[in-house]
Design a protein around this ligand. Sequence first.
Ligand code: SF4
Length: 300
Amino acid sequence: MELVEKINQLRKERNAVILAHNYQIPEVQDIADYVGDSLGLSIQASKTTADVIVFCGVYFMAETAKILSPEKTVLIPDAEAGCPMADMITAKELRKLKREHPRAKVLCYVNTTAEVKAACDVCCTSGNAEQIVQGAFRSEDEIIFAPDQYLAHYISTKIGRNFITWKGYCPIHVKILPEDIARKRVLYPNAEVMVHPECTPGVTTLADKVISTEGMMRHAKESKIREFIIGTEIGILHRLKKQNPEKSFYPVSERAVCPNMKLTTLEKVLWALEEMRYRVTVPADTIEKAKNSLRIMLEH
Ligand code: SF4
């Protein structure tokens, strides 16, 4: 039997839903029930009626699904698929930072471990960080924003608020360079440049739009523009091209490939469903604390 047929059969038998991040390989995106960014996938995980969630992404995302749906079985097809940015801050380091700034409220990017989420006040994604700072945190004098220094810098510059930041970053988005944008603008002079806020300030200041991956999807569909230069992990190009076959999309940099996101394959998805592995677990007290910060994220 074909791999995809086997996956489909087991998906039905197990009452499973397959969630895939925008940066997954095309074949995995194509068999998923839902493809999206961290926020979209979190929303799907929180409202699914399936018994099993197969999370095709990196570990903190599968943990987030478990926190939001603790009664469900959450599987990650490759347990080694981590996120180096999420590992750049530990709960111990965050607690130390909080002690140094006892009046500060803590906003954590969703790219953090479950323990870090449990130690913060509110989580955010790149798509709603600004609304949260302007909404839930509007009357706070001091805000710790961790771990992504570049997302924090972008929001800070945009809305004129200062943050206490952590020196984390995405090793993939920092590979996208200002000179890559200059080169691509020469090649595609009619194209609009959209980049992710995890990029460095040298890149975001050169872009036409700084936007989350889901924002890129929406804008590409609604815009009258027909050519786009995309500054984020290149996996998103598959979905952009699939949903907008009449438009053209070019990566700012072909180097922007996240090896952790590429660990999931169709074979591993099948094995996950066959053997019900690898089960994602989060301690009950961590779930209890972390789900509050995620609840506020989902409300924005
Ligand atoms: S692209 Fe960057 S932030 Fe996303 S999973 Fe990979 S390392 Fe982490």
